[in-house]
Write a protein that binds this ligand. Structure first.
Ligand code: NAD
Length: 330
C-alpha cells in the first residue's frame, strides 16, 4: 500500500467506510448483495490496515468495529445477554500460522484446535427453558437480533423439546441446502421474480419474512456449533460441548476434527478446499477454535471477535458462482 499522510488516510478511510456501510446494508438488511464477498473482504482489509497505521482515526462506528447489520423493523427485538460476535479472518497459510503463534503466546498450556466447516448461512440463537424451545433469534448487530421464533419452529431439525431442563442457549447457522436453493430460484424465475444471489441470502431472506408459511416452504436446515447462556453443567472444552449438543438432539456438523498442530489444521483446510464442491450445502471457509475453554477465557475477545478463533476464507476463485456449477455438485 502507498504511504499516505494523515489527511489522505482520513479521506480514504471515509470513502471506504461509506462503501462498506452500503455493502453491509445491502447484504445484511436487504439480503441482496451487489458485490462478491471477496470484494467486500478485500475492502474491509484495506480499511483495517489503514486503521492500524492511523489508530487515532478508528471510531466505534467503523465497519471494522461492528458486527453484522441493524435488525429489521417488523420483528420483535431480542437482546443477546452474551453478544453474538463475528470472527477474525485468515486468507492464507501465513495468516493461520500467525494466529497459532498469537494464541500460543497468550497461554502456557498445550494447545488443541478444533476445525469446523464454516457454513455460509445466517447465525441463529435458540433458547430453551424447562426443556422447551422458547425463542429463536438472528445475530443482528451482535447485541440486538430479530425474534424469528415462528420461522425457526418450521425447521424440522430444530428440536422443540429437549431433555435438558436448565436454561440453555444454543447457537449455530441456519442454511439453505443447494437442492432447495435451486428449486426455489427455479420457481422464482418461472414466476418472473428476481432469483436470490446465493443460498446464504436465500436462507436469510426466508427467515426474515413475517409470514412463517414462507419459511416453512423453503426447506431450510441448521447446524449448531456453540452456546451462549448455559445454566446446565459446564464442560471443559469446545469439542465436549459439540458432543453434548449432539446427545441433546441438536444437529451438529459431523466433519469437525481436533488438530494438535497448525500443520494438521492446514491439512484439514487443504482437504476441504478440494472436497467443498461435493457437499450439498455452501461453506465459505474453515473455522479454527481453541478447544480448551479455560484457554479461551484467558485469550478473551476484541471488540468484534474472539481471540481464540479464526475464520479461514476460501480464495475468491474457489467460489461457486454459476448455477451450472452448483447443479453439477448436488
Ligand atoms: P464471517 O462470516 O466472516 O464469520 C462469522 C460468522 O461465521 C458467525 O457469525 C457464524 O454465523 C458463522 N459460522 C459459520 N460456521 C461457523 C462455525 N462452524 N463456527 C463458528 N461460526 C460459524 O463474519 P460476518 O460478520 O458474519 O460477515 C462477514 C461475511 O459477510 C463475509 O464473508 C463478508 O464477505 C460477507 N459480507 C458480504 C457483503 C457483500 O456485499 N457481499 C457485505 C457484508 C458482509
Amino acid at each position: 500500500m502507498l504511504k499516505m499522510d494523515q489527511q489522505q488516510a482520513k479521506e480514504k478511510i471515509a470513502s471506504l467506510r461509506e462503501l462498506l456501510n452500503q455493502y453491509a446494508h445491502e447484504y445484511y438488511v436487504m439480503d441482496k448483495p451487489t458485490v462478491p464477498d471477496a470484494e467486500y473482504d478485500q475492502k474491509l482489509q484495506e480499511l483495517q490496515e489503514l486503521e492500524e497505521q492511523f489508530p487515532e482515526l478508528i471510531t466505534s462506528d467503523s465497519p471494522t468495529q461492528r458486527v453484522g447489520g441493524e435488525p429489521l423493523e417488523g420483528f420483535q427485538k431480542v437482546q443477546h445477554s452474551i453478544p453474538m460476535l463475528s470472527l477474525g479472518n485468515a486468507f492464507n497459510e501465513q495468516d493461520l500460522r500467525d494466529f497459532a503463534k498469537r494464541v500460543s503466546q497468550g497461554t502456557e498450556k498445550e494447545l488443541t484446535f478444533v476445525c469446523e466447516l464454516k457454513i455460509d448461512g445466517l447465525a441463529i440463537s435458540l433458547l430453551y427453558e424447562n426443556g422447551q424451545f422458547v425463542r429463536g433469534a438472528t445475530r443482528g448487530d451482535g447485541s440486538t437480533g430479530e425474534d424469528i421464533t415462528s420461522n425457526l419452529r418450521t425447521i424440522r431439525s430444530i428440536p422443540l423439546s429437549i431433555k435438558e431442563k436448565e436454561r440453555i442457549e444454543v447457537r449455530g447457522e441456519a442454511y439453505m441446502p443447494h437442492k432447495s436453493f435451486l428449486a426455489l430460484n427455479k420457481v422464482k424465475e418461472e414466476n418472473g421474480e428476481e432469483p436470490f444471489a446465493n443460498p446464504r441470502n436465500a436462507a436469510a431472506g426466508s427467515l426474515r419474512q413475517l409470514d412463517p408459511k414462507i419459511a416453512a416452504s423453503r426447506n431450510l436446515d441448521v447446524f449448531l456449533y456453540g452456546v451462549g447462556e448455559w445454566q446446565a453443567e459446564e464442560l471443559p472444552s469446545h469439542s465436549e460441548r459439540l458432543e453434548r449438543l449432539k446427545e441433546l438432539g441438536f444437529k451438529t456438523n459431523p466433519e469437525w476434527k481436533k488438530c494438535q498442530t497448525i500443520d494438521e489444521v492446514l491439512e484439514y483446510v487443504a482437504y476441504w478446499t478440494n472436497e467443498r464442491p461435493n457437499l450439498n450445502y455452501e461453506i465459505d471457509g474453515i473455522v479454527i477454535k481453541v478447544d480448551d475453554l479455560e484457554t479461551q477465557d484467558e485469550l478473551g475477545f476484541t471488540a468484534k471477535s474472539p481471540r481464540w478463533a479464526i475464520a479461514y476464507k476460501f480464495p475468491a476463485e474457489e467460489v461457486v458462482t454459476t448455477l451450472t456449477d452448483i447443479e453439477l455438485s448436488v
